[in-house]
Write a protein that binds this ligand. Sequence first.
Ligand code: NDP
Length: 282
Amino acid sequence: MGQILDGQQLANLRACNLKKEVADLKKQDIKPLFCVINIGNDPSSKIYLRTKKRRAEAIGIEQRVYQLPVDEKQVYLLALIDQLNAAEEVNGIMIQLPVPEQINLSEALDHINPEKDVDCLTPSNVGRLWRGDHFVEPATAHGILALLQHYQIGLRGKNVVIIGRSSIVGKPLAALMLEQDATVSILHLKTQNLSEYTKRADILVSAAGQAGLVTANMIKPGAVIVDVGINRIAGKIVGDVDFAEVAPQASYITPVPGGVGPLTVESLMEQVVKLTRRNHGR
Ligand code: NDP
């Protein structure tokens, strides 16, 4: 049976350190403040916003939510971003995904001041990520690397296979893992014969959003399995990996829930604090 990579425990540990860091900043009259723009009424977004708010409050970070109507016009969204870019007290800005159809997300992201871009999604920050001189990292990718590092799972020379090529998970994770000398393959819906790749993985990351996608016959015995997927099946949250089947063959495996999820939220808070320091020249 593979050892559990306990994301919840590590997130709690890191939150304790971050709380101290925030308390120190506050003594210097520096208050981390980040703003989330939520457009519309996506039910999952509401849950994520509540989770983030709870975590932020526990650490001493202020999170402000700007709730916009589902039919909000692009021009108003851009005006709000301009306003937050200009506000000195704001250290971080993010747009909660998904956004309604009429919103041009790329244009909105391009509008965020890169120095306040907590999600690392502006073009210059994405460029920096691939160039290796980034000052902010996407939360999920950062959280996965923190988890691997905590359990002393090295990346140098390892075959890493990532299922999923989204801008928020697969691509940035590939960039950060390449930086640590892994050999990275990214798979997607057009990839033929997934298991041909997954069977060669020393570390397999699944970020597809499809329950039961990764089964025991797809993995190399002793592989490290990181399950990013969040799927709601009959009122229960499950990942992409068939845990019961895969865990006995893995060396390490993340549970869902309690694996990558808590670290994503924690890492987001770390990015807010990082940007706050940077914005104040610390
Ligand atoms: P997207 O839908 O944006 O991307 C999914 C990716 O997976 C796409 O690249 C898609 O391929 C690929 N994919 C889907 N099904 C298959 C398949 N059967 N075989 C191969 N590739 C496949 O999702 P996100 O990246 O936003 O999120 C992925 C999952 O991770 C979701 O379940 C989400 O809820 C979860 N998530 C969890 C987080 C956490 O903290 N634990 C944080 C963020 C996301 P293609 O590009 O060809 O369409």
